[in-house]
Design a protein around this ligand. Structure first.
Ligand SMILES: NC(=O)c1ccc[n+]([C@@H]2O[C@H](COP(=O)([O-])OP(=O)(O)OC[C@H]3O[C@@H](n4cnc5c(N)ncnc54)[C@H](OP(=O)(O)O)[C@@H]3O)[C@@H](O)[C@H]2O)c1
Length: 331
């Protein structure tokens, strides 16, 4: 029918023009990413310091662990897949010459696993200088609910880290000046946080990934307000876009296009880890708290996300979602 109205050659021209526009757009993304690329310039060593990195078996977390290990810190790899974590630990020890790297089991989607992990850390460690909330998950269509009755994406990306921060806060305060870093995403702009439904079990998970990243930022800003004067800072960041495991649930044929674009035009995981590393080690961010970074520079956030009354309300709701006990540390 369409062929009868528009000649075939015109359709070919239109398709070629559309392809060209897409390629030009991707080239622009590539040059923008290269031009604005932030590299952590700090040469600071971290001997004597302890750093926890969640979800460092792949992607950005793995590259963060690699860098921090080379700086001499005690690296605690907080991972759910122990086989992969232990293999990577051996690789990092060999590469960095740093024997002070350990793996600890942590499944952020399980409140009891978070509690077990925190208990072990509080029992075994005498300091914690940097806590890096890096782990993250993203589903597209598959709706999942955890054993605690929480929506899976929100549980892993927000509620687990929220509870973990509470349970480790005393150790962080004891080790001041100390830092909490939250790997969020610039894709937060695609979402809103519905405070009337903070456990959105029936919402499309693909959208909830953006909501969880929005939640990461609201959490960081409120955390920084609550930690003012404590010697513990809290900042969040957008690492940029790159090909990592976070996109593994995108189904074909979308994944083919996405992977081609990410592999060809976007950052590498090593480049994506730079802002996390900068926030963990650099003297340039001494005393910075409640800020959002990208490419190792502070960035402006949209106005709505900074509303302190919403931050406070979300915090209180989160406390009840993770069943915070009266005996748990309060922030
Ligand atoms: N890649 C990007 O373009 C991009 C852009 C913006 C923000 N980010 C953020 O960057 C962070 C790192 O992600 P990535 O891109 O490096 O993806 P990735 O390669 O998939 O890494 C995610 C890590 O989180 C771990 N993880 C997932 N669920 C977990 C759970 N329940 N408990 C403990 N660990 C869990 C994964 O472990 P398993 O191996 O066990 O699954 C993996 O080690 C995420 O917070 C993501 O939202 C990424």
């Amino acid at each position: 029918m369409l062929l009868k109205i528009v000649p075939c050659t015109t359709l070919c021209y239109l398709a070629a023009a559309a392809l060209l526009v897409v390629l030009l757009f991707l080239l622009a993304v590539y040059f923008y990413a290269q031009y604005t690329l932030g590299i952590c310039k700090s040469k600071n060593r971290m001997d004597g310091k302890t750093v926890i990195i969640t979800g460092c078996t792949s992607g950005i977390g793995k590259e963060t662990a690699r860098d921090i290990a080379k700086r001499g810190a005690r690296v605690i790899m907080a991972c759910r897949n122990m086989e992969t974590a232990n293999k990577l630990k051996e690789e990092l020890i060999k590469e960095s010459g740093n024997n002070n790297i350990v793996t600890r089991k942590l499944d952020l989607s399980s409140l009891s696993s978070v509690r077990k992990f925190a208990q072990q850390i509080n029992r075994e460690e005498n300091r914690l200088d940097v806590l890096i909330h890096n782990a993250g998950t993203a589903e597209v269509f598959r709706k999942k609910v955890t054993d605690d009755g929480l929506e899976m994406t929100m549980a892993t990306n927000h509620y687990g880290p929220f509870l973990l921060t509470h349970l480790l806060i005393d150790l962080l305060k004891q080790s001041k000046p100390s830092r909490i870093i939250v790997v969020a995403s610039g894709l937060y702009v695609l979402a809103r946080l519905n405070l009337n439904n903070v456990n959105p079990t029936t919402t499309l998970p693909g959208y909830l990934y953006y909501v969880s990243k929005y939640a990461n930022i609201v959490f960081t800003l409120e955390l920084a307000r609550r930690l003012e004067g404590s010697g513990v800072t809290a900042n969040c960041l957008h690492p940029g876009l790159m090909s990592t495991g976070i996109w593994k649930n995108v189904p074909p044929p979308f994944s083919w296009v996405l992977n081609f674009a990410l592999n060809t035009f976007c950052k590498t995981p090593e480049q994506g880890a730079q802002t996390t590393i900068h926030l963990a080690v650099s003297d340039d961010v001494n005393g910075f708290s409640g800020k959002y970074f990208m490419d190792c520079h502070e960035q402006v956030l949209s106005r709505g996300i900074k509303d302190p009354s919403k931050g406070k309300k979300f915090w209180e709701l989160s406390e009840s979602m993770v069943k915070l006990q009266s005996s748990d540390p309060k922030i």
